[in-house]
Design a binder for this molecule. Structure first.
Ligand code: SF4
Length: 612
């Protein structure tokens, strides 16, 4: 008995054929599950130079090893692919209920390749599978797609991962949506749209049972007790991810395309303001935290709008980039992005980038279709989002993301694209938190806060050591620690919010993984750290094979040449060269090229990647 199904479904959409695989024991031992499986499968099965939108790109859906059990915050999915936004390795996670349903249907993972002749959806149920016509669903938003597939299958309990119009129309930051949760970043929805795969529907009844039921139940008890005793967790359960108060008080809430660090009137979009609009609590399968809030606008221009969330990043995406705190717009715009199926962070950030280009005269009304973009005026945001989703008018350019749009425009537009490796920065100004910024600069998927969150700098966590957020010294070591710990915990695909508020220790994580899967080594914390580092380096080697290196670990010029003008982070820059060197040394990578050295790769069991 194990929480693993030991069953991977492979679908080739070009030939409408299926096959199955079981696990390689060596891979399970060396990579544990979740992110480890995804990284390994993508590295082994994708040729370098693969077109992200071609037949050969893969979409790999992996359910967490403990998904479908009562282990807290583990019932999540990760999707792996070569990104059409960054051209590199990508992973994107979603909560909700899809991963447990895939396990109940009898599988741990689904690998999709090829391109269907016409729109289809995949129906996986009770160990069986089939492709079904999705012609009548093409063009529908994510909500309607959920409704109609459930009606067609005569089962409201069916869970879906689907795309909306943005994925079908080729928005480079289209995501994959399950109920109102999303694997939002990096363009997985665009890959799915290029494959003409509208959705994957799952339903099953096969229970997921731990290898050692008693030890598993006891570890869950420990986990629940830790959640209840942790004030940060209790607070998180109340307000969700709304941390605009924290980041504004630290002076690192990015405003006007990262020119400022404090949003005027930020109190209008912090936790208490959302609490007043809360209609009910929402959450993911087997998570007592229930951090999601269904919010509704009761008055004003956006009266009647509702959404699940928005969480902190989406709140920022429709306030900071436009330089205006408007809670109604955040709710309406978040729902529109969920319906259209696109990433709020890149959408909002790319619009904010266009505002700056307009201000600087690099684009005019001729480019925007007659719209004037002016900081403090957010009236056109909803229209722009619709234009992006359907690639109409000015939205066709913005659908490319900021760096591609900048390159098409030419002149000095590139300077204002706030991205790393093509992925737009999230809602933290790196000048106010150096390790957090260093993670954004070196993450394998581009500027992703969840790949190595600097909780020490944002929330003052003293583990592994207390820090001064502006200090440069030891930030390489700290960033490596944050990234390796994240990679380790993502073998279980535990929700990334849990470690950020100190909700789990490596010991409890190891006990759960070992008792659930039946692999005793997973309880060895030292071993878990090695696996985390192994995964991070393997992802790096995927990108090295694609031509990435130190030239891609670069922050936009603004952060090293312009200080923050006001607020608690005033006067600071991001010392990128010093930080990068320190980080490469901590990682055992070449300080000039940023490529992992032979000794490091051999030490991690990754010698097979050398010279590839
Ligand atoms: S903490 Fe929130 S997002 Fe994370 S698993 Fe729990 S309910 Fe889902």
């Amino acid at each position: 008995m194990s929480t693993f199904r030991n069953r991977i479904l492979k679908v080739d959409l070009s030939t409408s054929t299926f096959s199955e695989e079981s696990f390689d024991e060596g891979v399970v031992h060396d990579y544990l599950g979740g992110r480890g499986f995804g990284a390994k499968m993508l590295y082994d099965r994708l040729q370098p130079g693969t077109d992200p939108l071609g037949e050969d790109n893969l979409l790999i859906f992996v359910a967490g090893p403990l998904a479908g059990t009562h282990a807290q915050s583990f019932s999540r999915t990760k999707v792996f692919f070569k990104s059409p936004l960054t051209g590199g390795y990508f992973k994107s996670a979603a909560g909700g209920f899809w991963a447990p349903e895939l396990k109940y249907a009898g599988f741990d993972a689904i690998i999709v390749r090829g391109i269907a002749e016409k729109p289809v959806y995949l129906w996986v149920h009770d160990g069986k599978y089939e492709l079904r016509d999705a012609g009548y669903l093409w063009g529908l938003d994510c909500d309607d797609t959920h409704t109609l597939i459930r009606e067609e299958l005569h089962d409201p309990r069916v869970r879906l991962a689907c795309i909306g119009p943005a994925g079908e129309n080729g928005v480079r930051y289209a995501g994959i949506f399950t109920d109102r949760r999303a694997a939002g970043r990096g363009g997985g929805g665009m890959v799915m749209g290029a494959k003409k795969l509208k959705a994957i529907a799952c339903r099953g009844e096969q229970p997921v049972e731990a290898a050692d039921k008693e030890a598993f139940a006891s570890a869950i008890k420990e986990q629940l007790a830790a959640y209840r005793a942790n004030p940060a967790c209790v607070n998180f359960a109340k307000t969700g991810t709304q941390i605009a108060e924290f980041t504004n008080l630290l002076g690192m809430y990015p405003v006007r395309n990262f020119r400022e660090g404090v949003l005027p009137n930020w109190q209008a979009i912090e936790g208490d303001a959302y609490a007043k609009l809360r209609a009910r609590k929402e959450g993911c399968y087997a998570c007592s935290v229930h951090c999601g809030n269904l919010t509704r606008v009761y008055t004003g221009e956006y009266a009647g709008a509702w959404t699940e969330g928005p969480e902190y990043e989406s709140t920022w995406a429709f306030t900071g980039p436009m330089g205006k705190a408007d809670i109604g717009l955040t709710i309406a715009a978040d729902k529109l992005c969920d319906d259209m199926g696109m990433d709020t962070i890149t959408a909002g950030s790319t619009i904010g980038f266009a505002y700056e280009l307009f201000e600087k005269g690099l684009i005019t009304k001729k480019d925007t279709g007659g719209i004037t973009l002016k900081y403090g005026d957010n009236r056109h945001v909803m229209d722009l989002l619709r234009q992006i989703a359907y690639r109409k008018g000015f939205g066709n350019l913005l659908a490319e993301g900021s760096i591609r749009a900048a390159r098409q425009l030419g002149h000095e537009a590139e300077k204002y694209a706030i991205q790393v490796k093509g992925l737009e920065l999230p809602a933290y100004d790196p000048r106010g938190a150096k390790a957090h910024g260093l993670n954004l600069m070196t993450s394998n998927i581009g500027a992703d806060h969840n790949s190595g969150y600097g909780g020490q700098e944002v929330f003052g966590s003293p583990v592994p050591f207390p820090v001064d957020r502006f200090e440069v010294k030891r930030k390489g070591e700290l960033t490596k620690w944050n990234q390796d710990q994240t990679a380790m915990l993502e073998t279980g695909i535990i929700c990334s919010f849990v470690p950020s508020w100190g909700g789990i220790t490596e010991e409890v994580f190891g006990k759960l993984m070992a008792a659930g899967t039946g692999t005793a080594d997973f309880a060895d914390v030292k071993y878990l750290w090695t696996v985390g580092e192994r995964i991070f380096n393997l992802e790096r080697m995927f990108n090295v094979r694609e031509g990435f290196g130190s030239k891609d670990d670069v922050m936009p010029e603004r952060f090293s040449t312009e200080t923050l003008p006001e607020g608690p982070s005033k006067g600071h820059i991001f010392e990128q060269n010093e930080l990068r060197r320190d980080y490469y040394l901590a990682r055992g990578w070449d300080v000039d090229t940023g490529i992992p050295g032979r000794a490091k790769l051999e030490e991690l069991g990754l010698a097979y990647t050398i010279g590839k």
